[in-house]
Design a protein around this ligand. Structure first.
Ligand code: OAD
Length: 233
């Protein structure tokens, strides 16, 4: 890997699993008693805003009790020490990469700790509940929703992600099932662009065959090991 300079890393729910945040598609997954369509679509929000806001209020509160694990910490170390370009693209809406110290993080599916005002289109840092319809700090309207990309909505900052892929030599996918597009398609885009591709996951993802290399195991073990390896050249 000595000819690697620029890296794009995609992370998913699997990197936060050992911090105690349930994955989406595992047994006893995140959605608990709620079907995804009941909480994670604009239609669900229009139909039953209180259910949706309560659900996300619960998740927002829960993630604030969790701590980054050794995999988040290893990527933060890579972020600090890597001399080339590095971009961590996360599908996760928690802030564990940032709390571990990573700086070059892009949240393509939004963030629990942001609220989005449907009246003035501003985003505000948000830690408390939304179900009681608080005022938007920017415009005063009571029109805040979670700043989360729901099914049927466009993920954020796709241009920046593709720009980074075009400049990169290595694409690494960590803890994601490869079930949700467009993120699931990054490995194919990376292959077409000529990048080296590596998967670090508990089990083979749906796109596993597209990767040059696949290492299986718990993120807290295999991610620090890979970071040690790449930093030592
Ligand atoms: P999934 O729940 O679909 O997949 C999690 C992956 O992590 C699985 O392949 C697991 O095998 C793996 N995994 C579980 N525990 C692990 C561990 N300790 N170490 C390493 N890997 C582990 O989650 P995502 O792929 O992130 O979208 O889901 C993608 C998107 O689907 C989410 O961002 C969300 C959801 O709908 C939106 O909210 C828009």
């Amino acid at each position: 890997m000595s000819n690697i300079r620029n890296i794009v890393i995609l992370t998913g729910a699997g990197i936060s699993a050992e911090s105690g945040i349930d994955t989406f598609r595992g047994a006893g997954g995140l959605w608990e008693n709620h079907r995804v369509e009941d909480v994670a679509t604009p239609e669900a929000f229009a139909r039953d805003p209180e259910l949706v806001l309560r659900f996300y209020d619960m998740r927002r509160e829960a993630i604030q009790q969790k701590r980054p694990n050794a995999a988040h910490e290893a990527l933060a170390r890579l972020d600090r020490e890597w001399g080339g370009d590095l971009l961590i693209v996360t599908q996760n809406v928690d802030d564990l990469h940032e709390r571990a110290g990573a700086r070059r993080v892009l949240h393509m599916h939004g963030e629990h700790l942001n609220a989005w005002c449907l009246a003035c289109d501003s985003r505000s840092p948000w830690r408390g509940p939304l179900v009681d319809r608080p005022e938007c700090p920017a415009c005063g309207e009571r029109a805040l929703r979670p700043d989360i990309v729901w099914f049927g909505e466009m993920p954020y900052r796709m241009d920046e992600i593709y720009d980074a892929l075009r400049e990169a030599d290595l694409f690494v996918s960590i803890g994601t099932s490869g079930a949700v597009y467009p993120a699931a398609g990054f490995v194919r885009d990376a292959r077409e662009l000529g990048l080296r591709t590596l998967e670090l996951n508990l089990e083979p993802s749906q796109g596993s065959a597209w990767f040059h290399e696949s290492r299986l195991g718990a993120a807290t073990e295999i991610v620090p090991h890979w970071v040690d390896e790449i930093l030592s050249g």
